[in-house]
Each structure stands twice: as C-alpha cells, then as structure tokens.
Design a protein around this ligand. Sequence first.
Ligand code: ADP
Ligand code: MG
Length: 491
Amino acid sequence: MDKQYQFIFDHITDMIMVCDYEYTIIVANRPARIVLGKSDDIVKQKCYQVLRQSDSPCVDCPLQDTINSGVIIPLVKYDDRFNEYFEERCFPVLNNDNQLDSFILYAKNITKSRELEEKSSQMKKLSALGQISSGVAHDFNNVLTVVLGRVQLMKKLTSDPHLLKSLDMIEKSALDGASKVRKIQEFSRPNSNTMNESVNLKNIIEEVLEITRPKWDVASKIKGILIEPIVDLDDNIFVPGDSSDLRNAFTNIIFNAIDAMTNGGILSVKARLIDNTVLVEFKDTGIGMTEETIERIFDPFFTTKGVLGNGLGMSEVYGIIKRHNAKIAVTSEVGKGTTIKLRFPAIREKTRAIKQKEPDLKGKFSIYIIDDEEYILETLKDFLFEMGHQVETNTDPVKAIEDITRKAYDVVITDLGMPGISGLELAGKIKAIRPQTQLILISGWALNLKAEDIKNRIDFVINKPFSFEKITFTLSEIEKKLRADQSDSAP
Ligand code: ADP
Ligand code: MG
C-alpha cells in the first residue's frame, strides 16, 4: 500500500479489515491489530475467529445480509471480552463475473454514543414529564381558584364562628395546595433568563430544605438512618438572579449530599454576607470523592451512581452558578465528606417594602371579565360585585370584543389560555379599540412573560389561584395610576 494511504489506514480509530471470500483476513489496520489481536498477528486468521472466537462463519454475519439485500446493513454486537458495543459493517467487493471476491469489514466502538443516546432519551422523558406536570399544575390552579374564591366569599357572608373556623381551615388547605402547585411549576418552567430579580437567599435555602425534606427526613428515617441538618443563615442576604434557577441548583447540591450520606450524617448549610459577597456553604459528612471524581463532577452525564444517577445535577448547577456571575468550589475527602462553596455578588438590601394595608378603593369601576372557565368567571364576578363594582362577563372572546367595541369599560380582565385566541392576543385587540382601558391578565401557568409580550397590551398580571386581597390591591393600583394620569394631563 502507498505509504500515505497506509498512514491514513492505520490512523483511523475504527477497526478496518479486508477479508477474502473465505473470511480469511488479508489486511488489518493498526486499531484492529491492537484491539482484536492483542499481540498476535490477525492476518491469515478467520474474521469470525478474531471477532467472535467462533469456529464457523457467524449466523448473523452482516456480509450475507448485505449481499442478499443489496444495501449495507450494520450489525450491533456486544463484546463481553471488552464490555463494549461494536457496530459492524461489511462492504462486498465483486470480481468481473460479479462474484464475491473479498470484502471490507469495518467495526466501530459505539459504547459511548449508545450511552449518550440513552441519556438523551432519558432527558426527553424528563422534559415530557415536565410538560405533563406543568399542565396538571395549571388545571389544579383553576380548581383551587374556585375553591379559594368561594371560601373567601363565604367568609365575607357569615359571622358564625363555627362556620368561620371551618372556612379558615379550608382556605388554609387550599393555600397549602396552591403553594405545592407553585413548587411543581417552579421546577418545570423553562428558564426565564431574567436575572433581575432580587433574590433573598435565606428564603430560598429555607424553601429548598423544606422541598427536599421528604428525601433527607422521611426517606432516611424509613431506611433507619439519621440525617441532621444544621442551618445557619444570615438575614437579609440578597443576590441578583433567578429564584427558580437558584432553588434548582441548591436542590441538586442537597440531593447529592444526602445520596453521599448512606449511613446518615450531618448536612450543614451556612450563608454569610461578607462585604459585597454572599458565601453559601453546603457541607456533608458523606462518602466524599476521589480526585478523579472531583475533576469530572461538572461533566454532563458523569455519575458514579449507575442507573440511579443521570449525571446532570452538577452540570446544571455549574450553568446556573455561571449565569449568576457566581463562583463554585468543591473540596472533598474520601470517607470524610464534601464541601461545596458558592460565592455570589451581593446586592445591598433595598428599603423594605412597607406592608400594604387593605387599600380603600374610592372609585368603583365598570369591569368586563373574559374567561372560558365558567366557575372562575362566576367567582371573580361575585368577588367584584361584593366590592361594589359593575361587572359584565363573557366566556366567548369574540362576543366580548363586540361588547367592548360598543361600550367602554374601565377595566378588562382576561384569562390567558382560551380556545381560539390567547389572552395576550385578545388584550392587544382590546387595547387597539380602547387604549384607555386597563387590562388585567390572569393565568394559571407559571408565566415568564417577556417585556415585549406585555408591552402596550397588559397593565397587570394576576396569577391563579388569586385572593380577594390580590384583586383589591390590583384595582387600587389601577386607581392610583388613573389618578396620576389625570393629574398629568391637568393644565
Ligand atoms: P448524579 O447525582 O446523577 O450522579 P451529579 O451531576 O449530581 O449527578 O453528580 C455527579 C457525581 O458527582 C455524582 O455521581 C457523585 O459521584 C459526585 N458527587 C456530587 N456531589 C457529591 C457529594 N456531596 N458527595 C460525594 N459525591 C458527590
Ligand atoms: Mg445529583
């Protein structure tokens, strides 16, 4: 063989052999000689001997399939000598009489790409699960909106202490349900990429410890081990960022710490504000990591937990930490435990929002509500009636637009998801007809509305399930806004 071709032939990482029609290897490239032959020369041996250690041609020989079908059919084979998967292909070479003269046998190690495929199908499953759960969360919000709304209305209608006590209990349970639904939404919602929230890390860490409680408290007790958290957090530590992302990152770190403490132990979580930096430290007394593991900890799909792990937790953490302009450091000692230190740029605490008193609405509005869910529509209508506003409703967006074209309303409240038209689109149409009308969007989805979605369309957003207070507060904001507009335009 020409020197140059020989060089290429030997430097291809896959194994290539040329065999005669009796399966005898005539030529083999370097990888084939090294992998299959060890130190023996494989030339003059039969391909089935070196590939399968068999005494006769393989029953599933891809050459026969290829000759019979006329297309090259690859065969995937697990080789237990190496614990690896190989994909084999045969390319027949015919002589002038169209008879098989020889064939090229090509074998590629596909273990890694198979693993990647598996992981990616796992990821697809996870993302489908996310979509399902966010759909369920949305539907649940609608249910809770009606329950909460009705309870809050009933509380206004009765002064019977027994009834009030029961109603309080129902209200509290519904609110608990709503906060659970919000947790599901936080986890399944797409990254917002909005980093302009001022996140209170103390709150977030406390929430995450609560969310992960089933794993470190309940599950470990069932296993008969004890995992004890020691939590020491400074007050008022604020960082710029995305609360849902941070919750996700801390959950991953805590899950790993719990996984590492197979015989129980102490999980200590500290957060300190030092000068302009927030230091957060997660420390476990678990199995620890070797140097090699620490080195690969942020690699996607790197896991030491076999089928129990997916190796995505820490790579996600890394992405989130980077997006937050934060730093992460991992120290660990085998048998002793692991410490993960995070360092965030801090923001100085803003003047705390003064808690709003129940606002006193002076103006009464004419309000139009559009929602395809009749129960929600009715509940909201009763709310607003109760407050003394004039209310009209419609479940049909097209009819609503007709009404609004005929008559001006101070406020229009619209649901986001409706058949045929989205609340955003509807809001745009209404604003085009009535630019003065204030638009409130209500939604049961975990919203990540971008500025351009809202601009010139939506004035306020209210999430489901909403409370009496939230509606009153929003209306009072509208009143303030309208008053300010009036005084702006006054001579
Ligand atoms: P997974 O948890 O699915 O294995 P991760 O990306 O979360 O994936 O973590 C990757 C690997 O890093 C883990 O398999 C484990 O070997 C190691 N690791 C991470 N955190 C710890 C910890 N606190 N203690 C010991 N090992 C850890
Ligand atoms: Mg993990």
